[in-house]
Design a protein around this ligand. Structure first.
Ligand code: G6P
Length: 609
């Protein structure tokens, strides 16, 4: 999704901005642009396409020690040079880059046109440049505040003004802005990925804040309509492994993140298991035993892969804690005016902690007096700050668009939550200890499952030849099938559809043919025989089968490609079964010559509705 970078200091801004933009590429975008402040005024370059295209398009003298840059993900108007950011005001002395959506852009565009302003793009952002440019307030901060008082919607933005050459003004409402502190220089970004090479001392703006950034430091203000009140904020050191953001040699981020899963799972578990009482310790949840006992339902909210793992997590909670639990797409939840019950525990799941649909769902729950906890990877992100308590995943930075290690650690987070809820309620100490022991073995089993990486290449190449595929699984296996289909869609652009195995004969069987393979999940559990019967139905119609199963399962004479996954306890088996599906997707995409780290039309974190 759109990305922002900014620099002010003693070095040339241009190369730093381009480097920062390249570091935001993984988020997904379709055009890029930058502006620097030269003594004679602003120099601007913008292009539809990649950051590499922008680099080619830079004018000869793109020099200046302050600048802003942007990667755009088209919302208002197609990906064209004119619609790329930065946008300028009529005088060409104001440049604005913006993430988010201005809801009243149409009205403001009409108003500006009526006032004789010649709009040069289809974007909502351009109005911001004109509003700042037309303000006559004394300071740049006041001009930006005046402009923002006119707009409805969400923004993370950075403004450069030739009449105020010593500063960049940034603001945040619903879309992240981070300020990075350097030595006589300052950086600005919408994602720390763009900053970590230069500094790990940062300040995250809060919603409703605006900041002045100069070479020597930054000052934050709270914005109340057009009024600014000084609200001091200190920068703090980030605790990150900077190398996680470097593009790995050879195979790319998604491969690396798949291979990092054993270590990521270990980090999620660290210090949280209690062998003696067969439970988990999740201090950050802020739920005492009495409150835990009062929970009557659990509702999980998330988007994309976080929603599918939410379904897996809801099943785990229902199974271990015996509390009715389900998951819902956070993107739909808010729009059906949901009834929020005081004895329901809402759980928001998000890798980035910035997904706008999940954030708005959390706000809806809180606004109606509900209690919501988070399963979030990015520390200090918007959702992490909004919830009543939560579990940090500690997966480490996930850069590839298609989620792998974050999803695995979300599953582990749910297992810990289910264990803690269960042990306060009816889960026996014996069962608690059984799950604790299985969790302790999990990093090793994940590692063992990754041994499938090589053998699965050939199977994946066969699947890549198909235009359309089914993924099927039952009960615990169904959300795994959904996630598997999602992974394949995201990186191969093949049509993959997930069904509960039990639903095959109620429709999709009509499409099964030699051209439509089925990937079936058949764990060793109480439904194995029924699952095997369904495989026969597929095989009888000539449908090629890939069966992800356990070594002890007898598949009889079903013609198939068999993939045996190591076994854990049945409650944790779904997690191990997601791994071969990741491997199939990444192999298939690589075989098709696609860039798995930058799938078309997708963004790492979707920060607009
Ligand atoms: C986007 C990404 C998905 C991700 C979803 C939720 O759609 O492309 O891979 O699962 O957002 O992201 P979150 O950061 O909230 O987990």
């Amino acid at each position: 999704m759109c990305g922002i970078v900014g620099y002010i200091g003693t070095q040339q801004a241009g190369p730093l901005l381009l480097e920062g933009l390249a570091r935001l590429e993984h988020r997904g975008y379709d055009s890029a642009g930058a502006a620097v402040l030269a003594p004679s005024g602003l120099r601007v370059a913008k292009r539809a396409g990649r950051v590499a295209d922008l680099r080619e398009a830079l004018p000869g003298r793109f020099t200046g020690r302050a600048g802003i840059g942007h990667t755009r993900w088209a919302t208002h108007g197609p990906a064209t040079d004119a619609n790329a950011h930065p946008h300028l005001d009529a005088t060409g002395r104001v440049a604005v880059v913006h993430n988010g959506i201005i809801d009243n852009a149409a009205a403001l565009r009409a108003e500006l046109t009526a006032a004789g302003v010649d709009l040069r793009s289809d974007t909502d952002t351009e109005v911001l440049a004109h509003l700042v440019g037309r303000s006559t307030a004394e300071t740049l901060e006041a001009r930006v505040a005046e402009a923002l008082a006119r707009v409805e919607g969400t923004y993370g933005l950075a403004v450069l003004h030739a009449d105020f050459p010593d500063r960049i003004v940034v603001a945040r409402l619903g879309s992240p802005i981070v300020v990075g502190v350097g030595e006589k220089e300052m950086h600005v970004a919408s994602d720390i990925a763009a900053l970590v090479r230069y500094t790990t001392t940062v300040a995250h703006l809060d919603d409703g804040e605006i900041a002045t950034v100069t070479a020597g430091g930054f000052t934050t203000y709270r914005l109340d309509r057009a009024d600014l009140t000084h609200s001091p904020r200190a920068a703090a050191a980030l605790d990150v492994d900077v190398s996680s953001y470097d593009v790995p040699e050879g195979s790319g981020h998604m491969w690396r993140e798949i291979l990092e899963q054993p270590a990521a799972v270990e980090r999620t578990l660290r210090g949280r298991l209690d062998e003696r009482f067969g439970t988990a310790h999740l201090g950050g949840l802020n739920l005492d035993p009495r409150e835990t006992r009062a929970i009557r339902r659990v509702k999980v909210l998330g988007c994309g892969s976080a929603y599918y793992v939410g379904q897996m997590g809801a099943s785990l909670i229902e199974e271990l804690a015996r509390i009715p639990a389900d998951a819902e797409a956070a993107s739909e939840f808010r729009y059906r005016d949901p009834v929020i019950e005081p004895d329901t525990l809402y759980v928001a799941v998000s890798q980035s902690g910035e997904t706008i649909d999940t954030l708005l769902a959390v706000q809806e729950v809180r606004r109606k007096g509900g209690r919501v906890v988070g399963l979030v990877n990015v520390v200090g992100s918007a959702i992490a700050r909004e919830v009543d308590g939560g579990i940090y995943l500690h997966a480490g930075p996930e850069v590839a668009v298609a989620s792998t290690k974050a999803l695995t650690t979300m599953y582990v987070g749910f297992a810990l939550l289910a264990l803690q809820l269960g042990r306060v309620r009816d889960l026996s100490i014996a069962d608690g200890k059984r799950i604790v022991a299985a969790l302790q073995e999990l990093p090793g089993l994940v590692e063992e499952t990754l041994d499938l990486a090589e053998p699965l290449a050939e199977v994946a190449h066969e699947l890549a030849a198909a235009e359309s595929l089914f993924y099927i699984g039952r009960v615990r296996g169904y959300p795994v099938a959904r996630e598997g289909a999602q992974k394949l869609k995201e990186v191969t652009y093949r049509h993959a559809e997930a069904y509960p195995t039990s639903e095959l004969k109620h429709g999709p069987l009509a499409l099964v043919s030699p051209a439509v393979p089925t990937v079936a999940l058949v764990p060793l559990d109480e439904l194995t025989d029924r699952n095997v019967a369904a495989l026969h139905e597929v095989a009888a119609r000539g449908g090629p089968l890939v069966v992800v199963t356990h070594a002890d399962v007898d598949l009889g004479d079903v013609p198939c490609r068999r993939v045996d996954v190591p076994r854990s306890e049945r409650e944790l088996d779904p997690l191990l079964m997601t791994i071969p599906l990741q491997l199939l997707a990444v192999h298939a995409a690589t075989h098709l010559g696609l860039d798995v780290d930058k799938p078309r039309n997708l963004a790492k974190s979707v920060t607009v509705e």
